[in-house]
Design a protein around this ligand. Structure first.
Ligand SMILES: [Zn+2]
Length: 262
């Protein structure tokens, strides 16, 4: 199995639009460090027989896939329906043309309801032919389930994302928990014995209403003891080199295009 971090940025990406010269607002990030340039959070999980599951479709999806050398995906899973995780849904039409069929896509009933409302054109009846719009084969999943996707057993974890819920996922001893502020006992129980934990870490500040802070992530790591932890969904106070200097062994900030073999 292989995991590619397509993007490790917060909802605005980094740099975000703005800045004194108009070339971006970097916040506390060093513009000279290339790993501080972050697109919105998404990953691809590739099986040993080269089947690829894309997790979320951020607005940067075209740039992410072409930048990572990923020319085909075989299924999509949505963690939740926030814009930074879904706004690239239209790019699925290109992936449809590549696989020559509707895209198998997995989400909860709540996420599907949001997607149907915001991307109604993607859910109209499709009668074959050219994919001028995205076409999804919608599969309904629910937190707590373990579902078979592309031959992988994917455990779905219910996460507290502040004012809403999100899905974490575990495949073998890898887990991806983005957009989470609190993990309850059931969630923590599903995350023991990990080799790789890719986890939301938006800020070095003490608390955030919808995302994990660095202090929270360190507490989870202390409790769960994963072999390796990689931070994602990082905001404007999460400078790459500053984090490398202070993080304990086994914990590191991710970067766009990072590939981890498992
Ligand atoms: Zn979110």
């Amino acid at each position: 199995m292989k995991v590619t971090l397509l993007g490790v940025g917060g909802s605005a990406g980094s740099p975000q639009i703005g800045g004194a010269d108009g070339f971006g607002d970097w916040g506390q990030l060093d513009p000279a460090e290339p790993r501080n340039r972050r697109t919105r959070s998404s990953i691809v999980i590739e099986t040993d027989d080269q089947k690829r599951l894309l997790v979320d479709t951020p607005p940067d999806l075209r740039q992410q896939l072409t930048g990572a050398g990923i020319g085909r995906v075989d299924a999509v899973l949505y963690t939740h329906a926030h814009a930074d995780h879904i706004a690239g849904l239209d790019e699925i039409r290109i992936l449809n043309r590549i696989i020559g069929r509707a895209m198998p896509a997995y989400a909860t009933s709540e996420i599907w309801a949001e997607l149907r409302q915001r991307f109604d054109y993607a859910f109209k009846p499709f009668n074959g032919g050219f994919f001028s719009r995205p076409v999804l084969e919608a599969e309904e999943i629910a937190p707590g389930q373990t579902v078979s996707i592309l031959g992988m057993q994917v455990k779905l974890i219910d996460q507290d994302h502040g004012y809403s819920r999100s899905l974490g996922l575990r495949v073998q001893d890898f887990a991806y928990c983005t957009d989470v502020t609190h993990l309850d006992e059931a969630a923590l129980g599903a995350l023991t014995g990990l080799d790789l934990f890719v986890v939301d870490c938006f800020t070095r500040a003490e608390k955030h209403p919808t995302h994990a802070s660095l202090g929270q992530v360190l507490a989870w790591v202390e409790h769960l003891r994963p072999k390796r932890t990689i931070l994602t969904h990082m905001g404007p106070d999460m400078d790459y080199q500053a984090l490398r200097a202070i993080l304990p062994p086994g914990i590191e900030p991710g970067y766009d295009g990072m590939v981890i073999g498992l």
